[in-house]
Design a protein around this ligand. Structure first.
Ligand SMILES: Cc1cc2nc3c(=O)[nH]c(=O)nc-3n(C[C@H](O)[C@H](O)[C@H](O)COP(=O)(O)OP(=O)(O)OC[C@H]3O[C@@H](n4cnc5c(N)ncnc54)[C@H](O)[C@@H]3O)c2cc1C
Length: 518
């Protein structure tokens, strides 16, 4: 699937009548495509850049109920989210995995420890399972030795889950395509098409791949605007007022041996009492996130100096003995939350609920969370029932991945699970590449993942490969550029790029990484 030339093949059949066109290839669009296809609809998804390149590859990678939403009284968001978390862990084994948290309480926290206990009891009750436990100072330090030397008073153990956000989007889209859906990246919905009486009936799309210039008209019974933080742009073409507040969140990444964590740590930031997380992920440690108003979306969002200082201040509070500083940061990334604007002075207080608006036939869905993508898909397709017909009952979101493959001995049980989760029914593509079943140095990723992505995962630019399919740009210092000759030896032949094209792409990737991920 998605070998060289796949985009041309899709362009050649854009001019048919679709049941629905989904604009936006983040997790929201992906979920809608999957649900529409499972209900027998002829669905097309168009993404203006790469799949997941918007916010859905830049999250904190938690599949969670959102404990902090409970604190803000957003019970519905939490209830929905914990239920979805449980479902995704069941269906996405190896991709959505349980994550143990140490909730660390410190002197000066505005939440006393007993209040955490009440919150966690509600959290567990909403999930229908009792999993949290109180911990003394000694117990929490024994479990997370990096907290040694801090003023931690004790806290709680609780559970949530984590994923690789970009791989989740990919898996949802690819499973939908296998079941008859169509998805194309680097194809921007530039203009809304309307009937004489103003009703939206399609979009004009433009090829955004480097060097391309074609456009096409795409007709559909329903157009769904799932463009996340960009959602106001299509709506404004209909004369609608902006409704979104764009809130940036940023992260720092550290090598595991610099900030070793056997489980995630959650704490309140000393400055503003926001919850901040330090999380082990894919062999590194992530620290995030921030909540600041974001301006224009025409450039890749990037961390500011103030956000970096803010996050390092949280690290000082929790892990003072490690003396974590700027020199230890190996990468950063920032994403922009699409949040419905109610004008609150503190961006953290805006609701994370999703919203659906139907305007002249254009259905917009935005807000929400990675965790709740499947609920969002159902809700927006319910709103399209007048045009598309009634929805049948909900089924699975992710297909079972029971493929039995012959594993090389070098791959451990944990790694097998991880690969099962990422590749589902395509797992044998990874394991049959025996020569590639070795680690890319400094990561838990395999060269066979890189080769498979370059061959068959719809790569248009080098950033697609190194930031979103195999996440070397986040996991390695210097964006993985120290390993670029090895990466090139594996990837270039599969991509079919000549040396000139490789060099142009390398230059672009280096620039993007320095601006937005370094
Ligand atoms: C810092 C941060 C941390 C987060 N952490 C978590 C977390 O841990 N857990 C969780 O559940 N949620 C989390 N979230 C929320 C979650 O990431 C988002 O809600 C979710 O990714 C939004 O997905 P989306 O598909 O709606 O938007 P996006 O992923 O932004 O997708 C929209 C897509 O539309 C495309 N697009 C825009 N205009 C056009 C056009 N005209 N034509 C075609 N395509 C277009 C864009 O290129 C983009 O790829 C976090 C968010 C942020 C910012």
């Amino acid at each position: 699937m998605w070998m060289t030339g796949f985009r041309d093949e899709i362009w050649s059949r854009l001019d048919q009548e679709w049941d629905l066109v989904i604009v936006g290839g983040g997790i929201t669009g992906a979920g809608i495509l999957g649900e529409a296809v499972r209900h027998g609809k002829k669905a097309l998804l168009v993404e203006s850049q790469d799949f997941s390149s918007g916010t859905s590859s830049r999250s904190t990678k938690l599949v969670h109920g959102g404990l902090r939403y409970l604190r803000q009284g957003q019970f519905l968001v939490t209830r929905k989210s914990v239920r979805e978390r449980e479902r995704l862990m069941r269906e996405g084994v190896g991709l959505v995995t349980p994550l143990r948290f140490a909730l660390a309480a410190f002197p000066g926290d505005q939440m006393p420890k007993w209040m955490y206990g009440v919150g966690l009891a509600m959290y567990d009750a909403l999930a229908g399972k009792w999993a949290h436990e109180s911990r003394s100072r000694d117990e929490i330090i024994a479990q997370v030795p990096s907290l040694q030397g801090s003023n931690v008073q004790g806290g709680y153990r609780y559970f949530d889950a984590q994923t690789d956000d970009s791989r989740l989007v990919l898996r949802v889209i690819r499973e939908a395509v296998k079941q008859g859906g169509t998805a194309i990246n680097y194809t921007r919905a530039e203009q809304v098409l309307r009937t004489a009486d103003g009703h939206v009936r399609g979009v004009v799309v433009r090829d955004m791949a480097p060097g391309a210039s074609r456009t096409a008209e795409v007709q559909a019974k329903v157009v769904i605007n799932a463009t996340g933080a960009w959602a106001d742009e299509l709506r404004e073409q209909l004369g609608q007022e902006k409704r979104l507040r764009r809130i940036r969140g940023s992260h720092l990444t550290f090598k595991h041996d610099r900030l070793p964590l056997p489980e995630a740590v959650s704490l309140l930031h000393p400055r503003d009492q926001r919850a901040v997380f330090a999380i082990p992920w894919e062999g590194v440690t992530i620290l995030g996130t921030t909540d600041v108003d974001h301006g224009a979306l025409d450039e890749e969002p990037a961390i500011s100096d103030a956000e970096r200082e803010y996050l390092l201040e949280a690290a000082q509070k929790a892990f003072p003995a490690l003396e974590i500083g700027e020199r230890d940061v190996i990468s950063t990334w920032s994403g922009v939350r699409p949040v419905i604007n109610t004008g609150k002075s503190d961006p953290s207080k805006e609701s994370r609920e999703h919203a659906i608006w139907k305007e002249d036939g254009l259905l917009t869905i935005t807000g929400g969370k990675l965790t709740t993508f499947a609920v969002m898909a159902r809700d927006v397709l319910s709103a399209a029932e007048p045009e598309l017909g009634p929805l049948a009952a909900r089924t699975r979101v992710l297909e079972p991945n029971l493929e039995d493959v012959e594993w090389p001995e070098s791959i451990s049980e944990d790694e097998r699970l991880r690969l099962h989760g990422r590749f589902g029914a395509e797992l044998s593509e990874i394991t049959q590449d025996r020569e590639g079943c070795r680690h890319i140095p400094g990561t838990i990723a395999l060269y066979s993942e890189l080769r498979h992505a370059a061959r068959a995962e719809g790569i248009v630019t080098l950033s697609d490969l190194l930031l979103r399919r195999v996440r070397l740009g986040l996991l390695l210092p210097n964006g993985g550029l120290d390993l670029i000759s090895e990466i090139r030896a594996v990837a270039q032949p599969e991509l079919g790029w000549d040396d000139a094209k490789w060099n142009v792409e390398l230059e672009r990737y280096t620039e993007t990484w320095k601006k937005a991920y370094s």
